[in-house]
Write a protein that binds this ligand. Structure first.
Ligand code: PHE
Length: 478
């Protein structure tokens, strides 16, 4: 049983202190590396504006209805995804969708903590002047070297995975109100301030206009099925949907709170921050292209390198010299580290809640045990950037283990999980009961009919079409 002294709800679990705390925690989960690192990278690799447009369609048509569905399941089921589905539909195999969610949580944590560890490393570098290119060195070489030194060195990688996992675990172990809520209330405002500071810098750079044009004006010729597959996967990942984060966080919410508007706030915050992250990254990239005559293709097609190699290169050339490099470099990587931490907390909370609710483990023991397991699971991914050859690109799996796990969650586990949850609410459980749960806090839920239609037909059909296309693509050797 929980030993934390959190406020308890009817079944002795934690409870958010206020609705704002719930919205901030859910937004903190959603806003993460997926927004600041993933979204600009995905947009750059998939043709800019066209991708952004399809992404927003996915958010509105699929993301928002599924977000509300997860919150409803959580609050009605009053448990983690496994326990909640068992509670709402006892004696059926529906809880397996929850099991997939818990499993997905482990997989995501095992690679997420690796990038999160890098952000901590880079923050320390940036704050200590490590992003200032030493006299006589080429900046491209210097930053390529810095990145390779980190990824090829198992000691660094493992150390920073450990630091990050320790922070995540300590917060989750302290409980819903004393750990998660308290830390989120400090971290989210800091995140907003850093974001505003960085946008202010980026939009006033030379070349910013070009960056905006590439990013925001759709080129319809570039939109393909691949764009849609990527956009939907990105939407689920970015909104933390399809694995029960919002079920778990929703289970700590009081009955009198309004679910539809909460879902709306979380989705809007996440989408805005993803779009804003692009507003930081693209102008900066185009500034580089404008001032250094670096070919644009080299700048946008770089995967992980975009944020960790190219971006620092640009930070080191900012007007304002050393001070500007230190200030904006540290701000950028601190932003990433905070965003990653608030997301990792939610991932770990899903698994912890499962152990506490369904296995009746003590929260502290569950969290610390999990922290240890996640640390061990993250090591192979950490070593798959060149430190261990058979785990890396060109090794046993063709792509790196990191990319393999990332692609699997993105393109398979999360969409399948979200499909399962949409079908559960739309067809298997009961739309009537779902509406009743919503009405406890929102007596006149005006969009009820629309939501029923979206969760019953639009969301499942859209996910299915995209999943089928993806499978056809894979079989066709795409
Ligand atoms: N939404 C987080 C991000 O954008 C990642 C995440 C996915 C967190 C799934 C929880 C669950 O980085």
């Amino acid at each position: 049983m929980s030993t934390s002294s959190d406020n308890n709800n009817s079944n002795g679990r934690g409870l958010w202190g206020s609705r704002l705390a719930f919205i901030l925690a859910a937004a903190g989960s959603a806003v993460g590396l997926g927004n600041i690192w993933g979204f600009p990278t995905a947009a750059a690799e998939n043709g800019g504006g066209g991708f952004v447009l399809i992404y927003i369609l996915c958010i509105v048509l699929v993301g928002l209805p599924v977000m509300l569905a997860e919150m409803v399941i959580g609050r009605a089921g009053e448990k983690n995804p496994v326990g909640a589905l068992k509670h709402l539909k006892p004696g059926t195999p529906w809880f397996l969708v929850g099991v997939l969610g818990v499993f997905t949580g482990f997989v995501i944590l095992s690679f997420y903590t690796v990038i999160a560890g890098w952000t901590v490393y880079y923050f320390i570098q940036a704050a200590g002047g490590g992003l200032i290119v030493p006299e006589g060195q080429e900046s491209a070489e210097y930053f390529g070297g810095l990145f390779r030194e980190m990824t090829a060195n198992p000691g660094y990688e493992i150390l920073f995975v450990a630091v990050f996992t320790l922070a995540t675990t300590a917060i989750v172990a302290a409980g819903v109100q004393k750990g998660i809520e308290r830390s989120i209330k400090v971290m989210m405002p800091v995140l907003f301030i850093l974001l505003v500071l960085l946008i202010g810098r980026a939009v006033t750079l030379e070349g910013a206009g070009e960056g905006f044009r590439f990013y925001l004006v759709p080129d319809f010729g570039e939109i393909t099925w691949r764009t849609a597959v990527f956009a939907l996967g990105q939407a689920f990942f970015s909104l933390s949907l399809g694995m029960g984060v919002m079920i778990t966080y929703g289970s700590y919410l009081r009955k009198e709170e309004c679910l539809p508007s909460s879902a709306g706030y979380v989705v809007a915050t996440d989408t805005l921050i993803a779009v804003f992250a692009g507003l930081i990254v693209f102008p900066v990239i185009f500034f580089m292209a404008a001032t250094q005559a670096v070919p644009l293709d080299d700048l946008v097609a770089e995967g992980a390198g975009l944020v960790f190699v190219i971006f620092p290169q640009i930070l080191s050339e900012l007007p304002g010299g050393t001070a500007a490099t230190i200030l904006f470099g540290a701000a950028f990587f601190l932003l990433l580290a905070i965003a990653a931490l608030t997301s990792a907390i939610s991932l770990m909370e899903v698994v912890t809640a499962h152990l506490v609710d369904d296995w009746k483990l003590d929260r502290r023991k569950a969290a610390w045990g999990l922290g240890g397991i996640i640390f061990v699971l993250a090591i192979p991914s950490a070593l798959s950037f060149g430190a261990v050859e058979w785990l890396s690109e060109g090794g046993r799996f063709g792509i790196s283990l990191f990319d393999l796990l990332y692609t699997l969650t993105f393109q398979l586990f999360l969409p399948v999980g979200a499909l399962g949850l949409a079908i559960f609410v739309g067809w298997a459980w009961s739309l009537k009961k779902a509406s009743e749960e919503i009405q406890k806090g929102t007596p006149n839920f005006r969009l009820e009919k629309l939501w029923h239609f979206m969760i019953r037909y639009v969301a499942p059909v859209a996910i299915l079409i995209i999943l089928i296309n993806q499978i056809v693509g894979i079989l066709g050797g795409d």
